[in-house]
Structures are given as structure tokens and as C-alpha cells.
Design a protein around this ligand. Structure first.
Ligand SMILES: NC(=O)c1ccc[n+]([C@@H]2O[C@H](COP(=O)([O-])OP(=O)(O)OC[C@H]3O[C@@H](n4cnc5c(N)ncnc54)[C@H](O)[C@@H]3O)[C@@H](O)[C@H]2O)c1
Length: 245
């Protein structure tokens, strides 16, 4: 067993990557507290997990609302007793370049993708500090590594997530808490051709879930502050047309 008596919280758990992460951790016996704003989708997913013999609890948490985070964290800690693993996954990617990004969109994107990671992590840190153990996994993006034109605020927000990961990792290292990020490339529900990657295709939620399981487990006990690219090689050097490998 990779995990013994571990509890995980996942934000944005009704979405593509959140669901895959929940299934993968649940199959390893991790007790799950799944959060989202879309409670209908989340409840339906929890029923789906139950049919697979995976127990999960659905809790409403809007990661852009400090009050909602506070309420959800209190409920989860009261019910779970402790939280070992936190997956900061909720996010969205508005398709707007700098010229089309207004103040409102800028603020909303940074709130949802970046400030939320700070606030949700702060809400669960006391439980991790108390037990001297924690695994925090933040969802970055290739957009935060090399930038994605046309996704201006998104790219900036995800580069912030990567730096937050590093500084938190340094500050929390001696407290038994590791902090890492994963930077997915294009993830879709079915594999699609994607000539922007060296592997020539898109990835699935399951590809990201396997990286989450690794970083959440004690196999990764010597890994902190890292950003794991799971992107089919998208952030390697550009594809050169002459190469026929
Ligand atoms: N899908 C990709 O290609 C891809 C690529 C790189 C990075 N990512 C990152 O991975 C993460 C998950 O992506 P996904 O593809 O599963 O997205 P998704 O849209 O399928 O799921 C996102 C989930 O977040 C929830 N959510 C939205 N606003 C929320 C809020 N205020 N509070 C709580 N939950 C909220 C949504 O209801 C949804 O269930 C995101 O951070 C995204 O930026 C995704």
C-alpha cells in the first residue's frame, strides 16, 4: 500500500483532472474530501466513486471566497480529524490576450488561480503543522513555464503558482511538509493529435493523476519545491521540421 491512514482534500474535484486524481488516490485507500462549487456534478461523482467502492465526502468550497474556504476547512478538519494531502487544483483559463484583459478579468483570474492556492493552503496548514506531516500539490501549467500567448492572465497566474510552490517548499521543509507543483500540457477527455508536443498527442486526466499520486506518496519524500512537467515534451525545445525521429 502506498498510503496508510491518509486523508486528502482536492479542490475543483468535479472537473477533469480533479476527478482523475480522486479516483487514483481513492483506489490507493486515501480518504477523500472533494470540494468544488458545482455541487450537482460533485455529488454525482461521489455516487460514481461509491459504486467503485471508493468512499468520498463532497464539501462545497468556493476557493475565491475566504469565508467559504474557512467554513469548508472547519467542516473537513472536524470530520476527518487531520488532513495529510492537499491538491490545489481548481482553476480556469480565460482565453484573452493582454489587449482584451480588463481589470475585472485580471483580478478574477488571479483570485481563482493564484490567491486561492495561498488561502486554501493556509486553511489546511495548521492541521499539517500539528502532525508535522503534509503533502501539498499545486496545479501549474505549461502556460506558467513558457507562457501561452492569448492566455495572458492565466499564464501570469500559473507562473505565480510555481513561485509560491518554491518559496512555500523552502519555508515548510523543516516542518515535514513538502510542496510541489505539476505543470500539465494539453489535457483532454480523449487523446487528440497535438503537433505542439514531442509525443505528438494530448494527455488525459489520468496522466496527471499518476503524478499526483507519486508526489502525494512517501515515494516522493525527498522531492520538494519541484515543478513536474507532464506535457508530452511541450516545454522542451521547439520541434525542428527537418528532424524525422
Ligand atoms: N486541462 C488542461 O489542459 C490543463 C492544462 C494545464 C493546467 N491545467 C490546470 O489543471 C487544473 C484543473 O483543470 P481541469 O482540466 O480539470 O479543469 P476543469 O474545468 O475540468 O475543472 C475545474 C473545476 O474547478 C471548479 N471551479 C471553478 N471555479 C471554482 C471556484 N471558485 N471554487 C472551487 N472550484 C471551482 C469547476 O467547477 C471545475 O469542477 C486547473 O488549475 C488548470 O489550470 C489544466
Amino acid at each position: 500500500m502506498l498510503f496508510q491512514n491518509r486523508t486528502a482534500v482536492i479542490t475543483g474535484a468535479a472537473g477533469r483532472i480533479g476527478r482523475a486524481a480522486a479516483k487514483a488516490l481513492g483506489k490507493q485507500g486515501v480518504k477523500l474530501f472533494l470540494t468544488d462549487i458545482n455541487m450537482d456534478a460533485l455529488q454525482e461523482f461521489v455516487r460514481e466513486l461509491a459504486a467503485d467502492n471508493i468512499t468520498a465526502f463532497a464539501v462545497m468550497m468556493d476557493v475565491t471566497s475566504p469565508e467559504s474556504i474557512r467554513r469548508a476547512a472547519a467542516e473537513i478538519i472536524q470530520q476527518a480529524g487531520k488532513v495529510d494531502i492537499l491538491v490545489n487544483n481548481a482553476g480556469s483559463w480565460p482565453h484573452k490576450g493582454v489587449l482584451d484583459t480588463d481589470d475585472e478579468l485580471w483580478d478574477a483570474t488571479l483570485e481563482l488561480n493564484l490567491s486561492s492556492v495561498f488561502r486554501v493552503t493556509k486553511a489546511f496548514l495548521p492541521s499539517m503543522l500539528e502532525q508535522g506531516y503534509g503533502r501539498i500539490i499545486n496545479l501549474g501549467s505549461i502556460a506558467g513555464v513558457v507562457g501561452l500567448p492569448g492566455f495572458f492572465a492565466y499564464s501570469v497566474s500559473k507562473s505565480g503558482v510555481q513561485m509560491m510552490t518554491k518559496v512555500m517548499a523552502m519555508e515548510l521543509a523543516k516542518k515535514g511538509i513538502t510542496v510541489n507543483s505539476i505543470s500539465p500540457g494539453m489535457i483532454s477527455d480523449t487523446i487528440k493529435d497535438n503537433n505542439g508536443t514531442w509525443l505528438g498527442r494530448s494527455g488525459l486526466g489520468e496522466d496527471i493523476a499518476r503524478a499526483i499520486v507519486y508526489l502525494a506518496s512517501d515515494n516522493a519524500s525527498y522531492v520538494t519545491g519541484s515543478d513536474m512537467a507532464v506535457d508530452g515534451g511541450r516545454t522542451l525545445g521547439p520541434l525542428n521540421p527537418g528532424f524525422k525521429g
